[in-house]
Design a protein around this ligand. Structure first.
Ligand SMILES: Nc1ncnc2c1ncn2[C@@H]1O[C@H](COP(=O)(O)OP(=O)(O)OP(=O)(O)O)[C@@H](O)[C@H]1O
Length: 762
C-alpha cells in the first residue's frame, strides 16, 4: 500500500486479503475500494453531507480520508469530468462502431492518436490516471475479453499479452509516476468500454456469450473441419463472431442498465455495501479467470492441433509436390508412349499396305510362275531339239572350217600367183608436188600417158622428151591412201609367209621419206603397213592363226650399221651374217635389238624412237635430209595350232638416203658413201638383169642387207621418187633410168617360207 496514504481502519473488516487464482493479480487498491457498486443503492437514500459543508457545519469528519477518496468518488459523480485522454479516444471508438478489439487498441496505442495528456507540470492529470487505473484495469480486462470473444482470437492473444505484462512493482507499491506507455495502454483500453459500472455489470454476460460462441466455433472446427478444410472452421468461427457481436449488443443494453445502477452512489461510509460490491466483483473476476483458463487450455489444444495440422499440411504439400512430379513424369511417359504408338501405328499401316502389295505381287508372280513353267517345259523340249540340230550344225561347221582353211590357202596361192604375174620386183614412180615455198622453181613438163607411163619434157629450151614405163605412175595429187592401196597386197603376202621388201629410191628432197614415213596428218607406207598387219592378225585369228610380231630398226650411215632402238649410247658391232648355209641369200644382223610388239601403239612408239635416232641434216634439196639408209624390218610369225602349221613372213621397209650431186654437197664423205652404196645397188640390179653368175651383194652394206630381197626369195617393190623441178632434171632422168632397169629385172619365182624344226626358215 501507498506509504504516504495510511491504510484506513475500515479496510481491516474483510476477513482476509483478496487473492486471485494463478498469476492474476487484482490491483486492489484504495481507489477501487472507493468505487461505487450495485449494492451502494441500499445507501442511496443516506446522503452524506459534503465534507466541505460538514466542515462548515462543524461535523466530526475525517477530512483527510474524505479527501483521499474523493477522486474515486468523483468518477461517479455527474459533475465529474473524465480526463482529457478519454474524450480524445471516444470519437475513434465510436467511428469503429464500438467493436474495437485488442489488436486495434494496441495499434491505436502505438500511434499518436490516443496519446494521453500527461504533460501537466503539476501532475494533475497523472493524478487522475493514478486514481482510475485499478478500475480501468478491470474494465479494460472485461471489455477486451468482450471485444476479443466477439471479434477474433487475436484479441485473446492480446489480452493474454496484457496479463503477462503486469504493472511495475513501483506502480503497485507506491504512488510514483506510471510510465507513459503503460498508462497509455491502459487508458486507451479503458476508453473502448462503457462507463465502469456498466462494464462491471455487462461483463459476465458478454464474456459468457463470446466464450460459448468461441467454444462452439472451436469444437465445430475440430469435429467438422479437418486441418485441411480449415475454411469450414473459419466460417463457423465467423458465425461465432457474429454471435459474439450479438452478445456484445446484448451486453451493451445490460451495460446501460448497469450504468444506471452504478450511478447510484455508495456512500463512502457504507463499507458493507462497498465490500459486497467488491465481493461480487471478485466473484465475477474469479469466474472470468476460470473461463479464461478453460479458454487458455482450449487454445493450447488448438495450438497443438494447429501444429499437427501444420505438420500434416507440410507432409501433404511434400506429398503433393511428389505426386505432381510423378504426374509430370507420367504425363511425359504418356506423351512418349502416344508418339511411339502413333509411329508404330503408321509403321503398321505401311507394313500392312506393303503386305497387301506383296500379296498382290505374289498372286501375279504365282500366275506368271505357272505360265513360265509351261514355257520352260516347251523350251526344254525346244532345247533338246536344238541340241540335236546343234550337233548337226557343228559337224557342218567343222566341215566348213576345213573348207575355209583350204580356201584360204588357195586364196594365198592365187594371190601369190597374181603377184608373180605382176613380177617379183615392181617399180612405182611418184612425182611429188612443189611445196608452197617452191613456187618460184621451174618445173619440168610432165605428161602422164597412162597409169604406167610418163613423158618427161625438159623445160630448159632443149625440148628433150623421155618416156618411162613402170608398174604404176603416181602424179603429184596422188594421196598417201592411194599409194598404200597399191602396196597392201604385198603386205598380205608377208602375212601369208613371204618375204617382202619395199624401198624408196630417189634424189634428195624427192619425197622418199614422205612416201615411206609420211607426216603427222598424212601417214606413209610404214605406219599404214603396221596398222594393216595388226588388223590382218585379228582377222587371221578367226582361221586359227596366231601371229607374233617382231621389229628391228637399222641405220646404215657411212657404211656402218647402227641400231636405232639402242638408246644406251654404247656402240655395238652390228654385223650382217648368213642365216643358213644352204640358202646363201638369207641374212640377219647380229647384236641388233629385236622387239616383240603386241599393239599398234607400241610399234608406233618404237618407230618414233627410231626416227629420232636417225641421222638427218640439211642438204641443197632438203632442209631435213635423211643422210643414211634406214631399214625397218617387221617379222611375222604365224602359228596354226590345230593344223600345226607355222608361216614366217617379213617386210623390209627401206628409206634410202638421197643421192646428191657432189657439186652441191657440203659433206663429201657422207655424199660419197651414199652415192657409192646407191651405185652398188644399181650394179646388183644390173647383174641380176644380165643374169650374171656373180651378183656383187657384198660390195656395200646396203646391197648385202637387201640381198634376200633383191636376189632371193622376196617380193620387192621399189618407189622411184622424183622432184618436178627443171633444176632436178638430170637427177630425175638418172633415177627414172635406174628404176626402168629395176623394173625390167625378172627375179626368180618367189617361194613361200617353210619352217624347220629349229625355227630356221627355208
Ligand atoms: N607427195 C608429196 N606431197 C606433198 N609434199 C611432199 C610430197 N613428197 C615430198 N614432199 C615434201 O617435200 C619435202 C622433201 O621430201 P622428203 O624429205 O620426203 O624427201 P627425201 O627424198 O626424203 O629427201 P632426203 O633424201 O634428203 O631425205 C618434204 O618437205 C616433204 O614434206
Amino acid at each position: 500500500m501507498d506509504s504516504r496514504i495510511p491504510k484506513p481502519s475500515f479496510l481491516k473488516k474483510p476477513t482476509g486479503p483478496l487473492s486471485l487464482p494463478g498469476n492474476a493479480r487484482l490491483p486492489l487498491t484504495r481507489d477501487l475500494l472507493n468505487l461505487p457498486s450495485a449494492n451502494s443503492t441500499m445507501f442511496a437514500k443516506v446522503r452524506m453531507p459534503s465534507p466541505d459543508k460538514r466542515s462548515e457545519s462543524g461535523a466530526m469528519v475525517n477530512r483527510a480520508k474524505l479527501r483521499r477518496s474523493r477522486s474515486a468518488m468523483d468518477l461517479n459523480r455527474p459533475d465529474f469530468h473524465r480526463p482529457k485522454y478519454t474524450s480524445t479516444l471516444a470519437p475513434v471508438a465510436s467511428r469503429a462502431g464500438g467493436n474495437i478489439n485488442a489488436s486495434t487498441v494496441a495499434m491505436m496505442v502505438s500511434s499518436d492518436l490516443v496519446k494521453p495528456v500527461q504533460t501537466s507540470s503539476n501532475g494533475s492529470r497523472v493524478h487522475h490516471l493514478r486514481r482510475s487505473r485499478s478500475a480501468c484495469d478491470i474494465a479494460m480486462a472485461s471489455n477486451v475479453s468482450c471485444s476479443t470473444t466477439s471479434s477474433s482470437a487475436s484479441g485473446m492473444s492480446s489480452l493474454a499479452g496484457f496479463k503477462r505484462q503486469p504493472l511495475p512493482a513501483a506502480h503497485t507499491n507506491s504512488r510514483t509516476a506510471v510510465p507513459p506507455a503503460k498508462v497509455s495502454k491502459m487508458t486507451t483500453t479503458s476508453t473502448t468500454i462503457p462507463p465502469r459500472g456498466a462494464a462491471a455489470v455487462s461483463k459476465p454476460v458478454t464474456h459468457r456469450a463470446a466464450v460459448a460462441a468461441s467454444s462452439v466455433a472451436t469444437a465445430t472446427a475440430r469435429k467438422v473441419a479437418p486441418p485441411v478444410k480449415s475454411a469450414v472452421g473459419a466460417k463457423v468461427g465467423s458465425s461465432a463472431k457474429l454471435n459474439g457481436s450479438d452478445a456484445s449488443k446484448t451486453s451493451g443494453v445490460g451495460a446501460k442498465t448497469a450504468a444506471k445502477t452504478m450511478n447510484k452512489r455508495i456512500p463512502p461510509y457504507d463499507y458493507k455495501a462497498r465490500f459486497a460490491n467488491l465481493t461480487e466483483k471478485h466473484k465475477a473476476l474469479m469466474e472470468k479467470h476460470e473461463k479464461l483458463q478453460e479458454e487458455h487450455a482450449s487454445r493450447e489444444s488448438l495450438q497443438e492441433l494447429y501444429d499437427e495440422c501444420t505438420r500434416e499440411l507440410e507432409l501433404l504439400k511434400a506429398e503433393h509436390a511428389q505426386l505432381k512430379a510423378e504426374l509430370e513424369t507420367i504425363r511425359q511417359c504418356n506423351d512418349e508412349l502416344s508418339q511411339t504408338n502413333q509411329t508404330l501405328s503408321a509403321s503398321l499401316d505401311r507394313t500392312e499396305a506393303e503386305l497387301n502389295k506383296l500379296r498382290e505381287r505374289y498372286t501375279v508372280t504365282d500366275r506368271e510362275n505357272v505360265t513360265l513353267r509351261m514355257q520352260l517345259k516347251e523350251l526344254q523340249e525346244r532345247a533338246a531339239f536344238l541340241e540335236e540340230e546343234n550337233v548337226t550344225l557343228q559337224d557342218a561347221n567343222q566341215r566348213n572350217t576345213e573348207l575355209l582353211f583350204h580356201a584360204n590357202i588357195e586364196r594365198k596361192d592365187l594371190h601369190n600367183m597374181v603377184m608373180d604375174l605382176r613380177g617379183n620386183i615392181r617399180v612405182f614412180c611418184r612425182v611429188r608436188p612443189p611445196l608452197p615455198s617452191e613456187e618460184h622453181r621451174i618445173e619440168c613438163g610432165w605428161k602422164y600417158l597412162d597409169e604406167q607411163s610418163i613423158e618427161l619434157i625438159a623445160m630448159d629450151g632443149s625440148n628433150k622428151r623421155m618416156d618411162f614405163s613402170f608398174d604404176h605412175v603416181f602424179h603429184p595429187r596422188t594421196t598417201q591412201q592411194d599409194i598404200f592401196d597399191n602396196v597392201s597386197p604385198l603386205i598380205q603376202s608377208a602375212l601369208d609367209g613371204y618375204n617382202v621388201c619395199i624401198f624408196a629410191y630417189g634424189q634428195t628432197g624427192s619425197g622418199k621419206t614422205y612416201t615411206m614415213d609420211g607426216v603427222q596428218d598424212s601417214l606413209g607406207v610404214i605406219p599404214r603397213t603396221v596398222d594393216l598387219i595388226f588388223n590382218a592378225v585379228k582377222d587371221y585369228r578367226r582361221f586359227g592363226w596366231e601371229y607374233e610380231i617382231r621389229v628391228t630398226f637399222l641405220e646404215i650411215y657411212n657404211e656402218i650399221l647402227y641400231d636405232l632402238l639402242d638408246t644406251s649410247g654404247t656402240t655395238k658391232d652390228l654385223e650382217i651374217r648368213m642365216a643358213n648355209a644352204k640358202n646363201k641369200t638369207e641374212v640377219y644382223v647380229s647384236n641388233i635389238i629385236e622387239e616383240t610388239v603386241d599393239t599398234t601403239a607400241r610399234l608406233h612408239q618404237l618407230m618414233n624412237i627410231a626416227k629420232l635416232n636417225r641421222a638427218t641434216a640439211a642438204t641443197a634439196g632438203n632442209e631435213r635430209s635423211s643422210r643414211s639408209h634406214a631399214v625397218t624390218k617387221i617379222t611375222l610369225i604365224g602359228t596354226h595350232q590345230e593344223k600345226c602349221e607355222t608361216c614366217i613372213g617379213s617386210v623390209n621397209l627401206v628409206d634410202l638416203a638421197g643421192s646428191e650431186s657432189p657439186k652441191t654437197s657440203t659433206r663429201m664423205d657422207e655424199t660419197k658413201n651414199i652415192n657409192r652404196s646407191l651405185s652398188e645397188l644399181s650394179n646388183v640390179i644390173l647383174a641380176l638383169v644380165q643374169r650374171n653368175e656373180h651378183i656383187p651383194y657384198r660390195n656395200s652394206k646396203l646391197t648385202h642387207l637387201l640381198m634376200p630381197s633383191l636376189g632371193g626369195n622376196s617380193k620387192t617393190l621399189m618407189f622411184v621418187n622424183v622432184a618436178p623441178f627443171q633444176d632436178c632434171f638430170t637427177e630425175t632422168v638418172k633415177s627414172l633410168r635406174f628404176a626402168s632397169q629395176v623394173n625390167s629385172c625378172k627375179l626368180q619365182k618367189v617361194k613361200k617360207n617353210k619352217v624347220l624344226s629349229g625355227n630356221g626358215v627355208v
